[in-house]
Design a protein around this ligand. Sequence first.
Ligand SMILES: Nc1nc2c(c(=O)[nH]1)N[C@H]1C(S)=C(S)[C@@H](COP(=O)(O)OP(=O)(O)OC[C@H]3O[C@@H](n4cnc5c(=O)[nH]c(N)nc54)[C@H](O)[C@@H]3O)O[C@H]1N2
Ligand SMILES: Nc1nc2c(c(=O)[nH]1)N[C@H]1C(S)=C(S)[C@@H](COP(=O)(O)OP(=O)(O)OC[C@H]3O[C@@H](n4cnc5c(=O)[nH]c(N)nc54)[C@H](O)[C@@H]3O)O[C@H]1N2
Ligand code: SF4
Ligand SMILES: [Mo]
Length: 706
Amino acid sequence: MILEETDRMEMKSRTEGNTQCPFCSVQCKMRIQNQQNPDEANSLWVTEGVMNAASEGRLCVKGKNAFQHSFNRERLVKPLLRKDGILVQATWEEALNHIAQRILDIQHQFSKDAVSVYGGGSLTNESAYLLGKFARVALGTKYIDYNGRFCMSAAASAGIKTFGLDRGLTNPLSDIPLAGCIILAGTNIAECQPTLMPYFTRAKDQGSLIVVIDPRETATAQMADLHLKVKPGTDAVLAGAMLKVILEENLQNDSFIRNRTKGFDQIVRSVQGIDLNEASGITGVDENLIRLAATAFGKAETGMIFTARGVEQHADGHMAVRNFLNLTLVTGKVGRPGCGYGAVTGQGNGQGGREHGQKADQLPGYRLIENETDRAYIAGVWGISPHELPGKGVSAFEMMELVHEDTIKAMLIMGSNPVMSNPNAGFVEEALRKLDFLVVADMFLSETAEIADVVLPVTSYLENEGTLTNLEGRVLLREAALPVSASVRHDWQILCELAVKLGKGTYFPFSTAESIFEELRLATKGGAADYYGITYSRLRKEEGVYWPCPSPDHPGTPRLFQEEFGHEDGLAHFSDIVEQPSSEETCGIYPLILTTGRVLSHYLTGVQTRRSPVLTSRDISNALEIHPATASRYGIEEGMLVEVQSRRGSFVTRSRYRPDLREDTVFSAMHWGGLQNVNLATNPKLDPYCRMPDFKSCAVYVKPLQ
Ligand SMILES: Nc1nc2c(c(=O)[nH]1)N[C@H]1C(S)=C(S)[C@@H](COP(=O)(O)OP(=O)(O)OC[C@H]3O[C@@H](n4cnc5c(=O)[nH]c(N)nc54)[C@H](O)[C@@H]3O)O[C@H]1N2
Ligand SMILES: Nc1nc2c(c(=O)[nH]1)N[C@H]1C(S)=C(S)[C@@H](COP(=O)(O)OP(=O)(O)OC[C@H]3O[C@@H](n4cnc5c(=O)[nH]c(N)nc54)[C@H](O)[C@@H]3O)O[C@H]1N2
Ligand code: SF4
Ligand SMILES: [Mo]
């Protein structure tokens, strides 16, 4: 697994290039340069931010040090094949032949659907698009889903129901300082999209009032004028209570409601049932604070609401977001400068990754696999007959359930580490071990790759050209900063080569990322996420283009819904208010609520950031954040080793006192595996609308281990 000397020399001989950070959805542009220090691989390279409209030249500590994992000695450089129980190096020819043979055997023995595909939001648009096509055309399986199910699905489905269209931010980032009141609900921008913080501090300098809704006093909450320390899992109730206040205080925007929405009367009826005092009891937020936040938002001329995973990763995440969207509609704060909604997208290509067919029910451009017109259109682009297109599959976690039920026998995972990132991870690891055949394409031997039958080494962000769509819906071209070492492949190349081996090569004739993008343009033409007007040459000239962009002379759409919403009637649709949380109940045995999330220096399952010396030295292991009063109740001292046990499983870590945390809540990050993996405890209960698991509220007990 050690990088071969020839590859190391090849990398050292390259000197500089422009690229984009491989991590979060801001997609900061940067320049990487080799300082020609021949001895130490990691000290050779320096990065600096490059000026562009989203990050304005800034980089956070993760982006600055991302190159360290790309040059890490543990980078995979050869395919690995399991022989006699051990992963050994193989040639590409050997590995791809073996995969094709096993896939054909399994499909022959069981069915086409016995082989499944699991994608990710780090893949470029080109690879994500091709993965969807590969599943439907080369494999003919309906079972494909991706890690965005755990990330964006609640906000995406809520946006579609309310606005008729889902795009992370309805407005460009430059609108943020124009907002008179900003609600940040379950989003920790300061640690998760750090280079966006100046947009919010600029807003504050211009007099904006900032409301943060988070059970913890995060670095983001520290800039808030009002911090609502909500009990995890109760945001839907909180947003409903805020709506009640806005209506009671007569702060609604009647003309907007009349001209641009439908369903308001129903809302008026359903808020009548809300009792502020009761809502305060459920959410743990003082009634007065709820009133202050709601009136501030209602009275402001302009305002924006942002939600992220704190609100969305619950079994009622979809409805919780819709309740927040009701607030934007009732006050008429959407579709104009400084007025809009943002689901703060997570992964580098979390936005584009969710548009082009990695999702079980989806075809490119947000087309639907169950819609006859959409099927016919895409079948036409792909040169197959519509009846050859499989139907709708199931969500990511449900695929794991189908493995346990023996329906799915094989899986190809590209750009995800589900052994760590799925809820109830013990059950998921069991599923993946049970598969007849598991293939993982990754840069490293991740926790999931370790148990695979074949591991395929892929290029990193430094070598991989392609487009990514940032949280604003702005499509960006990431050039390859460095040439590819001969021994690794791009994700899309792997798919093309495998398609040939499966006898479907004619549908995958691509030799460059751009040639795939050309087909993607066509496939999205006329769809909701329309990329038809976007070309590589435009992306090189302009600083990215916002979709929808239906023709080459169209300027793109930075601000959505200025005149019409995405529904056929052109209106936005209010939704019913939720009055009760759906999270797991605490009890005498499991008295505390565990919520999970992130820290600044690590990224997702940490496969990349734990291999960066600078980043890993900032946070070497996980911690359980706990209020000192709660800790003393359970005999836990600061820094003690503790076990956190839920109804499903437990993880072990050290305690960290957080006097600013709610006393009924503990928090831990998701970046560490093995015994430290929080997902051994989390709840796989799925949201009925979008199949999002309840990552952010499960009942636990905590006990000291020393
Ligand atoms: N440093 C870093 N940055 C990242 C990532 C990373 O792993 N590390 N990952 C990227 C990805 S893929 C994503 S999806 C985004 C995630 O970005 P965020 O959603 O901002 O990150 P989280 O830490 O998961 O959760 C945000 C906040 O929600 C709070 N929270 C927990 N439960 C609740 C609740 O019930 N209600 C409310 N209102 N708040 C709650 C947590 O205390 C936390 O501060 O970040 C992206 N950026
Ligand atoms: N408890 C808890 N669990 C969570 C969350 C939470 O807040 N709490 N958040 C959820 C969220 S929002 C997300 S997005 C998921 C993410 O969880 P995962 O889907 O597991 O995401 P990563 O950790 O980024 O894993 C990506 C893997 O792909 C590899 N990789 C990176 N880039 C590429 C590429 O271009 N090609 C290929 N082939 N491989 C690549 C990396 O090395 C890594 O091994 O986790 C979810 N799980
Ligand atoms: S992690 Fe996000 S904010 Fe930090 S440099 Fe990368 S893209 Fe920018
Ligand atoms: Mo995410």
